[in-house]
Design a protein around this ligand. Structure first.
Ligand code: SF4
Ligand code: ZN
Length: 304
């Protein structure tokens, strides 16, 4: 991700890139940082140094999100608002803590190199990914997810499972099996965690611990995964009209247009606005790191 300038939410304005690098009291320093400047700098460093989600790499998570956002982040410098990456950043830190506290072999992150999926179909694509835990005998995989409070309660209520999560773990399973000769992954699961209230209130059905584990059944076939509509509305299925298969085709068409000589910007504008209908239509306004650039491409003014 490349950063052009930043959006300071508390001052309500776009500011130069070094906005939070000027020490307090010095000319040009932020008058009211939206969070501790030391944390903002870490979030920015994490975003700029993320090489896994960069440069056109298709990862399993990128097939489950807005392709327009991914293409903008890979190609154009953006106006960065640290609030939009705060949760993801904290999640990464929790992963790191688990890793550091683990006994040898207990935590073993495994990176799946670019691997062909949906071979022989029009959806054929190379996907990479990283698994939080793969047992040494390559039989089971775990994933760690750290959430905001609300999202965590929602996961509790729904048993911790979503089609996106099942798809992600299914990709990991297939990725391991395609890369490790003889491997057969038979079991997957996820740890969901969050900052929760310390007291236990059984009447409200609250858990005794801020983490819970859920088994994640794999999908059986590639067709099932291709049909998922990522971040669709549970109560109104179909609100988000695009499937994983559609999203893969959007990436492929973009690549082909650019290879054929079209400018990246012209081609990016042709990528559908998949995020518009994700998370009950809140993905763009709350969670998209590229919203300002996307709006500008659409000729919309950006009102934050
Ligand atoms: S603003 Fe919405 S449609 Fe545009 S890139 Fe972001 S998520 Fe996608
Ligand atoms: Zn500021």
């Amino acid at each position: 991700m490349k950063i052009k300038d930043v959006y300071c939410a508390t001052e309500g304005r776009t500011a130069p890139r070094d906005h939070w690098n000027i020490p307090r009291g010095k000319e040009g320093a932020c008058t009211r940082p939206p969070m501790p400047p030391g944390l903002i700098r870490q979030i920015i460093a994490g975003a700029v140094n993320d090489t896994r989600h960069a440069d056109g790499n298709v990862t399993s998570t990128r097939m489950l999100t807005c392709p327009r956002e991914v293409i903008i982040l890979d190609n154009f410098p953006i106006t960065f608002d640290p609030r939009r990456l705060h949760s993801a950043f904290i999640g990464t830190q929790v992963d790191r803590l688990i890793k550091e506290g683990s006994l040898p072999g207990e935590y073993s992150e495994v990176v799946i190199p670019p691997t062909k999926f949906f071979e022989g179909t029009k959806y054929e694509v190379e996907v990479s990914g990283a698994i939080d835990y793969l047992s040494p005998d390559a039989v089971f995989i775990d994933d760690y997810k750290f959430h905001g409070d609300r999202s965590y309660w929602y996961k509790m209520k729904s048993g911790g499972l979503s089609p996106e999560l099942r798809a992600q773990l299914t990709f990991y399973k297939w990725g391991v099996e395609k890369n490790v000769p003889g491997a057969k992954v038979t079991k997957g699961g996820v740890w969901h965690g969050a900052m929760t209230a310390a007291s236990v209130d059984d009447d409200a059905g609250r858990p005794e611990t801020p983490w819970f584990y859920a088994d994640v059944p794999f999908f059986e076939s590639e067709e099932e995964v291709l049909r998922i509509r990522p971040s669709d509305a549970d109560k109104k299925p179909g609100t988000q009209p695009y499937t994983v298969g559609d999203i893969i085709l959007f990436y492929k068409a973009h690549k082909e247009r650019v290879a054929g000589g079209m400018s990246v910007m012209e081609s990016a504008k042709m990528v559908p606005l998949v995020g518009r209908n994700m998370f009950n239509k809140t993905k763009c306004i709350k969670y998209c790191v590229a919203q300002k650039q996307c709006d500008e491409m659409e000729g919309l003014s950006w009102g934050m």
